[in-house]
Design a protein around this ligand. Structure first.
Ligand code: ZN
Ligand code: ZN
Ligand code: ZN
Length: 665
């Protein structure tokens, strides 16, 4: 390594940079993100430089072979850059008459794509990054504080993340369009090489071009295989890559511009060849496991189509008009759910990649997705809902107690909440009937698996169908009973929840059960009764084993809770939080509560008193004052509520977190 040569070759010399800095060229207000002068100064270093020059691909498209391929798209004397490498490209743009760079768009977060970004920050060039990798740019240092290295089983190569934070000007959101001058690019999710990778697809100089990051290196080749393994010993990334290649192929690009390797025309056989090779490796390495791209929906009855290989089963009821009502719509497959779930940063939602809709249109005559209804509020059943609402104009209907969870997910600390808020268009009470197209439905509350679940009944093609969500599941092979349930205390469960749910389902006498996981099955009264007996017995176990005679206190960790659980607040401002209590006693409960807040904050009142009615609910509000000079290095803190109930000191049994915007650096 001949580092001493770097001085001469660098794009921005130290002296140039400091000239820029003193002239106020650092992007401060530009980004809404914190790091500015110090960060940029620390990161802009004299480095090596690529030896080649800009190569013209078509009249307005150029390529520089840097640490990755940097593509320059021109519009007169302006340009946007796709990926940035070392940033050396900035020194060469003058040669092709470019005087201003309007944006850098990153296909993924790897260091070789963006290691020179501090140079762009110093030049006030806005940086746009994949939505689901934003935290690996502007919060990279946090990633490094928390990334496990010992006991390494999550072997994904996110180690190829930047070492310093880079401020982000905008995010590239899946399925949106990025428009600039005469250009318009579809932001197409193409996970595989990284989880947040995307391709930009649009017309350049009369040709449909895909800037595909490292999805494909060259015809039939990938740049490496190790990026395609996330979990220990798995082939999960290969499954993603095949799915992404197949989807990109459907968009029929005429030219592919990869991040490594040369741009190539005639991509169809190039991508098909790579799919074939990856499929061969996958099938020989993981015999018996299917690729997600091979998942296919099937007709249960003429109007009821089921997709059961998706992460949760989902149902499309397709009316004679071609309109569809979806019950649930989760991820494309378990791999798509589990992998994105494990990778989602604390404040982000996991990624959703569209699936099955093309097949429903092509094979089952579906024309539109009119309505989508979640069986319950779990992310694996509804993480496609925001996509349906945004891109298909789908209306969201649900059981009434799910409305607030869907619209204000930060309010709750329950299992499996989807982070992205979903606007609900219509809700139903327990026992309410409604008509949609030629079908009639009844909605009932179905607690147990979670308090926020419905069962829905409808007669479809002569069958009495019960959509039961996760109320029960088929038993494991070899078990003596056919049905089983599960119990997640964090999901808000009370001793009689499951029994209530089973009663409503038994009362309807369904002939066909459409569950939230697995294939629909013919309903069998004996199996349902058998499960019902065990659920009744479960109540007795709870009473036997829990010390408090009102055993729901020992089942529900949220009986005293803060709402919202994840509060958003601003430094120098006030914010409101409530203590909400469910009293399971047969007598009213007298409660005193005080909020325990970070040093320098105030909560008022200092002590709140409430009486919670017997077997009822009550709440009381607090106002928080957050100091204006709050340290931005502490953007998230916890609160607790210290509680006395009926003269007994329970302590800090309820808590929440606050995300603080603003404050001082
Ligand atoms: Zn890469
Ligand atoms: Zn569930
Ligand atoms: Zn589920």
């Amino acid at each position: 390594m001949k580092r001493h040569r770097a001085e001469k070759q660098s794009g921005v010399s130290r002296r140039d940079f400091f000239k820029g800095a003193s002239a106020g060229l650092i992007a401060t207000g530009l980004t809404g993100s914190r790091p500015t002068a110090e960060v940029a100064r620390a990161e802009v270093r004299d480095g090596f430089a690529p030896s080649g020059n800009l190569v013209q691909i078509s009249p307005n498209l150029y390529e520089l072979r840097d640490t990755c391929n940097v593509y320059v798209l021109k519009n007169g004397d302006r340009a946007i850059l796709i990926d940035f490498g070392s940033g050396h490209v900035l020194k060469l743009l003058g040669q092709i008459g470019v005087t201003k760079v309007d944006a850098i768009l990153h296909t993924h977060h790897h260091r070789d794509q963006c290691q020179g970004d501090a140079r762009a920050v110093a030049e006030r060039i806005p940086i746009h990054v994949p939505q689901h990798e934003r935290h690996l740019f502007d919060d990279a240092e946090n990633f490094w504080r928390n990334r496990r290295v010992f006991h390494l089983y999550y072997v994904r190569n996110d180690f190829f993340t930047l070492t310093r934070n880079v401020p982000v000007a905008g995010v590239l959101r899946d399925y949106d369009k990025f428009k600039w001058g005469p250009y318009e690019f579809l932001i197409s999710p193409t996970p595989g090489h990284t989880l947040g990778s995307l391709s930009l697809v649009g017309t350049v100089d009369g040709k449909k071009v895909a800037f595909s990051g490292d999805l494909i290196h060259s015809p039939g080749k990938v740049v490496n295989l190790y990026e395609l393994q996330y979990q220990y010993g798995s082939s999960d990334g290969v499954d993603f890559a095949v799915f992404s290649l197949a989807r990109l192929r459907e968009l029929s690009p005429e030219l592919v511009c990869p991040s490594h390797g040369e741009p190539f025309a005639n991509p169809e056989p190039a991508m098909s060849g790579l799919i074939g090779k990856l499929r061969g490796w996958y099938e020989s390495y993981s015999p018996g496991s299917a690729l997600t791209i091979d998942n296919k929906p099937f007709a249960v009855t003429p109007h009821l189509i089921c997709s059961h290989q998706t992460t949760s089963s989902f149902y499309a009821l397709i009316s004679d008009s071609g309109k569809a009502l979806f019950v649930d719509y989760g991820s494309a497959g378990w791999n798509f759910f589990d992998t994105f779930n494990k990778a989602a940063p604390v404040n982000d939602r996991m990624r959703f990649v569209e699936h099955t809709i093309p097949e429903l249109k092509a094979r089952y005559g579906m024309k539109s997705v009119d309505v989508a209804m979640p069986s319950h509020m779990h992310d694996d059943h509804l993480n496609g809902f925001p996509h349906l609402a945004r891109h298909y104009g789908t209306k969201v209907w649900c059981y009434e107690n799910m409305v607030d969870v869907l619209e204000k997910p930060r309010g709750y600390n329950l299992g499996c909440i989807l982070a992205e808020p979903i606007k609900v268009d219509r809700s139903f009470r327990h026992g309410e009937k409604f008509k949609w197209e030629e079908f009639e439905f009844t909605v009932v509350h179905s607690p147990g698996h979670t308090e926020y679940q419905m069962a829905m009944f409808a007669e479809i093609d002569g069958a009495r169908v019960a959509f039961t969500g996760d109320a029960f599941f088929p038993s494991a092979a070899g078990a003596t009973t056919q049905l089983r349930h599960n119990l997640i205390f964090r999901n808000w469960v009370e001793n009689d929840s499951h029994v209530k749910s089973m009663k409503a389902i038994l009362d309807y006498q369904p002939t066909l059960v459409a569950p939230g996981h697995g294939k629909p099955f013919l309903s069998n009264k004996e199996d349902l009764e058998d499960l019902n007996l065990r659920l009744k017995k479960q109540k007795d176990y709870f009473h036997d084993v829990i010390a408090d005679e009102d055993c729901n206190f020992g089942l529900n960790p949220s009986w005293a809770r803060l709402y919202p659980y994840q509060l958003e607040a601003r430094a120098g401002a006030e914010a409101s939080v409530e203590l909400r209590v469910r009293n399971y006693r047969a007598q009213p409960m007298q409660m005193e509560a005080a909020l325990v807040v970070p040093t320098g904050w105030k909560a008022s009142p200092e002590v709140a008193s409430i009486i919670i009615p017997a077997q009822g609910d009550a709440s009381t509000g607090f106002t928080l004052s957050i100091p204006a000079n709050w340290d931005r290095a502490r953007p998230r803190v916890a609160l607790a509520a210290d509680i006395m109930a009926d003269g007994q000191y329970l302590g800090e049994i309820a808590e929440g977190v606050v995300d603080i915007m603003g404050g001082k650096v």
